[in-house]
Design a binder for this molecule. Structure first.
Ligand SMILES: *Cc1c(COP(=O)(O)O)cnc(C)c1O
Length: 382
């Protein structure tokens, strides 16, 4: 057995990254400033998005985007239940109703077909998740949304470095990235909203900074006009330059990080191929894509061994795992309040009970990975 605990994820931060953060700390300007502005530009350059706003988290991005769209009581928002709870929380906090589209059993993606079943005259938005780093069927989903006059907000938390038919995620419509430490690149905590419509993003810029009629940092005045006044009550969600400088350095290494993730993920698929009951996800077959390999998810489908017991036992072998995600509709608050049509989320529930994320991060070694496989074999007694 290995000596040290293998976490399921770990950020890759170099001494040069730490030095760059030190330079910002010594510079006299540590909050939203030139590094945030450059980080926004660099995200646009890399993804092909036209405009971007740096923000403190993807959750804050979702909050401000849904508010900027005017979503509130009486509105329905379609989302998978198999997503991070922040999306369902924000919809609920705004007084709107989450409506859950079932996922495909083997890709965990929501599809135009599963979304269409959820559309009503009250539907205002669809929030698909590019799960684990695989894009949803953008053409199908945007066509459906256009037909019904609904806005698409892409949850791109797993998808920096994901391409759909050669197009980077974030290029087409409103998309929200996360830079939480487990994501493909990190700023400590942070996120980015991209959109083709800069007037729309100006509303997000306002809401993320007190609702003032100016951004937190004006590129022309190198600060902000102190006379600015409140246009609409807003929040305090601006990213700091301490975070942004780290994000810029991480972005420059994204392709290297994702190449390392891909190499490990493909090796996992080979090593797991002859282990019964530990089932990797499958890939969508009707479109080309590039996988960002944010997560390596398996489903534990073994009689007499629950997913929770599997995770617990792996921990005894010093192997960390993650759970992305427990279905939101099954969690206490939502279970007690939301009614989901019986039998309506079959694939979501089947996966919610079985999914488990195995360790995957750029600095993980093949030896680490062999330890994971050996521990799995011990735990399931192959
Ligand atoms: C991480 C994550 C979020 C939230 O990101 P934060 O930056 O932590 O707010 C939202 N959706 C999905 C699918 C995620 O994985």
């Amino acid at each position: 057995m290995r000596q040290d605990f293998l976490p399921f994820s770990k950020p890759s931060i170099s001494e040069e990254d730490i030095a760059a953060v030190g330079d910002v700390l010594r510079s006299g300007w540590i909050t939203t400033g030139p590094n945030c502005a450059k980080f926004e530009d660099e995200i646009c350059e890399y993804t092909g998005a036209e405009n971007a706003v740096a923000i403190v988290s993807a959750t804050a991005g979702m909050h401000t985007v849904l508010m900027a769209l005017g979503i509130g009581p009486g509105d329905e928002v379609i989302t998978p239940s198999l997503t991070w709870v922040s999306t369902v929380n924000i919809i609920t906090l705004l007084g709107a109703t989450p409506v859950y589209a079932d996922v495909d059993r083997d890709t965990l993606l929501i599809t135009p077909e599963s979304i269409e079943k959820c559309i009503t005259p009250r539907t205002r938005a669809i929030i698909p998740v590019h799960y684990a780093g695989v894009p949803v069927d953008l053409d199908g989903i945007y066509a459906l949304a256009e037909k019904h006059g609904i806005t698409v907000i892409e949850d791109a938390a797993h998808a920096v470095g994901t391409f759909y038919k050669g197009e980077h995620i974030g290029q087409r419509g409103i998309a929200i990235y996360s830079f939480h430490p487990i994501k493909n690149i990190t700023t400590g905590e942070g996120g980015m909203v991209t959109a083709p419509d800069n007037d729309f993003l100006n509303k997000v810029r306002q809401l993320k900074f007190h609702g003032l009629g100016v951004d937190a940092f004006d590129r022309n005045t190198q600060g902000r006009a102190p006379q600015a006044e409140v246009i609409t009550p807003g929040f305090k969600y601006n990213m700091t330059d301490i975070s942004a400088v780290l994000g810029r350095r991480q972005l420059a290494k994204l392709e290297e990080f994702n190449a390392k993730r891909t190499r490990l993920a493909l090796r996992y698929r080979e090593l797991l191929a002859d282990i019964p009951g530990v089932l990797p996800l499958e890939f969508p077959e009707n479109y080309d894509f590039t996988h960002a390999w944010h997560l390596f998810i398996v489903r534990i489908d073994i009689d007499g061994l629950s997913r929770d017991a599997f995770m617990e036992k792996l921990k005894e072998y010093k192997i960390g795992t993650g759970l992305h995600f427990r279905a939101a509709h099954g969690q206490k608050y939502y279970r007690e309040r939301n009614v989901v049509a019986p039998g309506g989320l079959v694939n979501t529930e089947w996966n919610s009970d079985r999914i488990c994320s195995l360790p995957l991060f750029p600095d993980m070694t093949f030896q680490d990975q062999d330890d994971v496989i050996e521990a799995i074999k011990q735990v399931i007694k192959v």
